[in-house]
Design a protein around this ligand. Structure first.
Ligand code: GLN
Length: 515
């Protein structure tokens, strides 16, 4: 029998529906896989083996009783630890929330449960989602399944690594400046940041509220679409949630895999998201994918977005400003840890200060200081105000570009996975890594990252990002799925992700990097 962990969520779901496989079997296979590889990878902060098996057996019973269940019912999923879960600790990768079990589920988690997916556990992340490598997690980094000495991306490196290492077919991530798309890029996974407001942020521990968005992580475009359909939709508990009916993303993805989905599609390559600082092999695989799109009848042109040059600078003012305000709630009274001052009087301010000193890591402190400075009365206009103006200019650049093309594309990240430790002591280098993903968050538009091959120089995965106008998420799935099919025809096999113990590598053979 096929190894259940090697299947896509859609294929596993089909076996569950036809009752060839039970959810308990599927869940147990993934838990065994976690036992076998997670000591090396460290994708999970918490594994809920008992809870997962209990949920799986309930789904099996209901299926046996003839109940009609959702398409992904019984399929296991990993959940980024930024999302609150009422039966598992939710730490957001921070010491300050160690052991905190929230009294409620995030709306997206509630929707997973209602759709009968099986939560396997919580995944590692940079503390409060600040970072691009998981090295800022208070609980130690996650390792990239392609090379354990490399970063799995961040902040959602745990979710991406779990999916890439076949510990889960699906995962949830959150993306404020790229934390779904960049980890997907460097692990050979698919990741989507939906339109701002498409997916509820209720119960997503806030980093920067005007940028945060929850989204799917998977190994295929269709799987991401199926998960997107489960989590998206209006939520009265989130005041920025869009009140509208969305088309089926799964249907959009299926349409992309059949027929001539790319014929006549106008694709824009963003001039500012290429060139200097982009690794040669990333560029090469990107150009090859563009050639495939052209051969399939897409009309590819270059477009210019001049304000993107200032996107990273604007983001690293807006994000710390919002984060410094959001993180004020960790005050030693309402959540998590409380540390008493070592000596001197015990006042609430001194307890708060001792707690935040012990509970927050260096990157979080850096951003709180940056953010409070940028918001301070004398500097507000010069920093925060200017950054907001740049944000408007970036939105205008996108509007102009989408006047000419249907989607925009770029590499998902400038380089393949860098080495653990390589950028840890150089925050600027770490921040610059976000150049490709940040503009979409500043504009609130949707973006998808999907694997387009391995860089010849290091054999590591390369991703392409596709961006569409706000509310046009379905377009990403159609075009992403069409490109995925073209790549599969070229490679002669399907999934790109592989596991470190090489048990599944025949499927993912990567002779000379030409996956
Ligand atoms: N790397 C970005 C940052 O450090 C992305 C964060 C995110 O999307 N959560 O801010």
């Amino acid at each position: 029998m096929t190894d259940l962990t090697s299947l896509s969520a859609a294929d596993l779901a089909a076996l569950l529906t036809s009752r060839e496989v039970s959810s308990v079997e599927a869940t147990r296979a993934h838990l065994d896989r976690i036992d076998a590889v997670d000591p090396d990878i460290h994708a999970f902060l918490h594994v809920a083996a008992e809870g997962a098996l209990a949920s799986a057996s309930r789904v099996d019973e209901r299926r046996a009783a003839g109940e009609s269940l959702g398409e992904l019912a019984g399929v296991p999923i990993a959940i980024k630890d930024v999302l609150t879960t009422n039966d598992m600790p939710s730490t957001a990768g921070s010491r300050i929330l160690e052991g905190w079990v929230p009294p409620y589920d995030a709306t997206v988690v509630r929707r997973l449960r209602e759709a009968d997916l099986i939560p396997l556990g919580k995944t590692n992340m940079d503390e409060f989602a600040m970072g691009s490598s998981t090295e800022h997690s208070a609980y130690g980094p996650t390792h990239n399944p392609w090379d354990l000495d490399r970063i799995p991306g961040g902040s959602g490196g745990g979710s991406a690594a779990a999916v890439a290492a076949f510990e889960a077919p699906l995962a949830l991530g959150s993306d404020t400046g790229g934390s779904i798309r960049q980890p997907a890029a460097v692990t050979g996974s698919v990741g989507v940041k939906p339109t701002y407001g498409a997916v509820s942020r209720y119960g997503a521990i806030a980093l920067a509220s005007s940028l945060d968005q929850v989204g799917p992580v998977s190994r295929t475009v269709l799987d991401a679409a199926l998960l997107h359909d489960v989590i998206a939709g209006h939520d009265p508990l989130d005041s920025t949630s869009l009140d509208e009916t969305w088309p089926s993303m799964a249907q959009a993805a299926r349409a992309g895999r059949t027929g001539d989905a790319l014929k006549g599609v106008r694709v824009g390559i963003v001039r500012q998201l290429a060139g200097e600082g982009f690794q040669a092999g990333v560029k090469q695989r990107f150009d090859e994918a563009v050639a495939l799109l052209t051969a399939a009848g897409a009309e590819v042109i270059e477009v210019s977005a001049p304000s993107f040059e200032y996107a990273v600078a604007a983001y690293y003012l807006i994000l710390p400003a919002e984060a410094s305000s959001n993180l004020a709630r960790f005050d030693s009274v309402r959540f998590g840890m409380r540390v008493m001052p070592a000596d001197g009087p015990v006042t609430s301010e001194r307890v708060m200060s001792a707690t935040r000193d012990a509970g927050f890591g260096p990157e979080v402190k850096r951003r709180i200081i940056l953010g409070t400075y940028a918001l301070s009365a004398g500097y507000y206009d010069a920093y925060y105000g200017s950054a907001q103006k740049v944000r408007t200019l970036i939105q205008r650049d996108f509007n102009d570009a989408f006047g000419k093309v249907d989607v925009l594309i770029s590499p998902s990240a400038p380089t393949t996975a860098f080495r653990l430790g390589e950028k840890l002591n150089d925050p600027m280098a770490m921040y610059l890594n976000d150049i490709t993903t940040i503009p979409a968050n500043l504009a609130g538009i949707p973006g998808m990252g999907l694997p387009i091959g391995l860089a010849p120089e290091d054999g590591l995965p390369v991703g392409m990002q596709i961006m569409a106008p706000a509310r046009s998420d379905a377009r990403l799935y159609t075009i992403g799925a069409a490109l995925e099919r073209l790549l599969e025809e070229t490679w002669g096999h399907t999934l790109i992700s592989r596991a470190p113990d090489l048990t599944a590598t025949e499927m993912f053979a990567s002779e000379e990097g030409a996956i």
